[in-house]
Design a binder for this molecule. Sequence first.
Ligand SMILES: N[C@@H](CCC(=O)N[C@@H](CS)C(=O)NCC(=O)O)C(=O)O
Length: 222
Amino acid sequence: MLTVHHLNNSRSQRVLWLLEELGTPYEIKKYERTPQQRAPPELLAISPLGKSPVITDGSVTLAESGAIVEYLIGKYGNGKAVPTDSGYLDNLYFTHYAEGSFMPIVTQKYIFDFIPKQAPFFIRPILSLVFGQLDKQFVQPEMTKHLTLIEAHLSKSQSVWFAGGAEPTAADYQMAFPLEALVAYTPGSVGPSIKKFVDAVHSREAYSKALEKGGPYSYATM
Ligand SMILES: N[C@@H](CCC(=O)N[C@@H](CS)C(=O)NCC(=O)O)C(=O)O
């Protein structure tokens, strides 16, 4: 049986969504984040970095969500989630861009916001000042470049999907997590095409089923 090792509020939500779209049977093993928002140590028993998602499928144990998405589409897709010829390069680019270039900046933004909030109250003002300045000088200018690139890409096609087709492909499964997080936390920072993309993801029946099975998720409501 295919098992998704699912951490709450994490990238493994994209794997559940994909499996529901493909109609592939699977089971979920759930893990809860610690108060420090880390994965619990039990995930280390499954994979050396102890991060989510990880899947186990017979003798295969696979981590890294991009690899998982490509593996699942290749093995269980039966022709689904495959881009058209004209969407091939966009699919390839955004499938890898999501974790390779975009997520690091999304994570930095989250951490710079999280650290002062978690600090003891007496050092919070100084940390807010320092991290606020770091964000303004280093993170936000990068974030603006990324959001401009993504908005420009999505707005040039009639399709809501990254590869321009009628159905989501690997790029969409990969791009959904960072974009839904940004829409949830900083809705004013994203453009209309990004919002339309996130709405399209959230209105998929398969996405709702994945939410039901995965449990509470901060970036979407059932
Ligand atoms: N690039 C990896 C990132 C994996 C990752 O950082 N997962 C997060 C959840 S979204 C995690 O497990 N965080 C908890 C921790 O690092 O302790 C992927 O796409 O699978």
